[in-house]
Design a protein around this ligand. Sequence first.
Ligand SMILES: Cc1ncc(C[n+]2csc(CCOP(=O)(O)OP(=O)(O)O)c2C)c(N)n1
Length: 253
Amino acid sequence: MARDLEEYLRPGIDSTPFCPGCGHGILMNLILRAIDGLKISMDEMLFVSGIGCAAWIPSPNFNADTLHTLHGRAIVFATGAKMFNPKLNVMVISGDGDLTSIGGNHLIHAARRNIDLTVICANNMIYGMTGGQVASTSPLGALTSTTMDGNRYRPFDLCKLVLGAGAPYVARYSVTQPLLLVSAIKKSLGIHGFTFIEVLSPCPTQFGRRNRYDSSADMLKNLMERCISREEADNFSDDELKDKIVTGEFMNE
Ligand SMILES: Cc1ncc(C[n+]2csc(CCOP(=O)(O)OP(=O)(O)O)c2C)c(N)n1
């Protein structure tokens, strides 16, 4: 954790629970960087997470109120808290499995109802904490502990899904795009309504070692090569886009 952000951590927290090379630690830093940039007091924040590695980003680490809830139900708890105290900035931070598989129904309905929440989805494309099972975000052909001959199903495009459900602001960035990501988190905190940020976060332990990445650095390099902006994507053919990840902000009118 960057030294100047240590004040945002609960006293006594001096390490993170993440495996070496996991992107969730970078994301943890960037969320706090955004809050620091906006000078929002941690007393005005509530962080809600579900179950999974990503759910440990806020809880018990952030020096604020945190709710570590049931698997898939973070948005439900967050909605209740926001209704009880509308002045709170309620941020949900959880994994792709938690928010979009078991919790997928809550995600689309909160977006449809435009509940005033900031939802940050740490997408490592796998169920990290429970042993690397296939997720609704695992790429076609991905090797996981439950798809040893390759994932047969297409992954969700999370941004299209949430945008289609009606969220006013949706964004996708990788942890290798820290400045853009901080700016998106800041923007989402300023928007009254449902905002969703998909953050691509490498999981060397469960995803990388099964999918021919030699090191965590290789996973980061791969993200850096594949993530392109929407503007860049306009100049790519469909064939060239196949291996790319289009990042940026996506908005409903
Ligand atoms: C009702 C229920 N079903 C299944 C589980 C097991 N479980 C815990 S975390 C998890 C998936 C976590 O994956 P993700 O949300 O992508 O987070 P990651 O660990 O990859 O960061 C599962 C299936 C559970 N705890 N509760």
